[in-house]
Design a protein around this ligand. Structure first.
Ligand code: UDP
Ligand code: MG
Length: 138
């Protein structure tokens, strides 16, 4: 009963020096790293990744923000991965994120909120495959 989720450490968390502390939290919570890379997300790729939000008012700003600096993308494995990871990162708005969650600890605003986590098993599969080939998974 193991499964996967997909995450990105977003540009604000990277530039604030939180890659290490966030990976430590992920590790402590029992996730195994299946795949990982550090790179600049081109605006075209960011637009494609967030296409489900195309009609929402924050879409253009979100695309600009996600391509404003390097990110860390990863596929993570654990039992109940999607739900447990959403619990670990906390609410979208860091001011509403539970104490000790990654967004509570490392994010300052609802737009620059430190980290992404897939919202379903289906999306985890789609998002992981958007960034990683089979050969890049361990
Ligand atoms: N976002 C934003 N303003 C909002 C809601 C969301 O800028 O009012 C951004 C934020 O970076 C969020 C992302 O859009 O993480 C995707 O939104 P979603 O509702 O899917 O939140 P998440 O699944 O990341 O918690
Ligand atoms: Mg989402």
């Amino acid at each position: 009963m193991t499964n996967i989720t997909f995450t990105m450490i977003k540009p604000d968390a990277v530039s604030n020096g939180y890659i290490g502390p966030i990976l430590a939290k992920i590790n402590e919570a029992g996730f195994r790293i299946v795949a990982m890379k550090y790179f600049h997300l081109e605006p075209e790729k960011a637009a494609e990744f967030y296409a489900v939000h195309k009609e929402r008012p924050f879409y253009n700003d979100l695309v600009k923000y996600m391509s404003s600096g390097p990110i860390v993308a990863a596929i993570l494995e654990k039992e109940n991965a999607v739900e447990d990871f959403r619990t670990l990162i906390g609410a979208t708005d860091p001011s509403k994120a539970a104490p000790g969650t990654i967004r509570n600890l490392f994010a300052k605003s609802i737009d620059a909120n430190a980290i992404h986590g897939s919202d379903s098993d289906a999306n985890a599969g789609i998002e992981g495959s958007f960034f990683f080939s089979q050969m890049e998974r361990f």
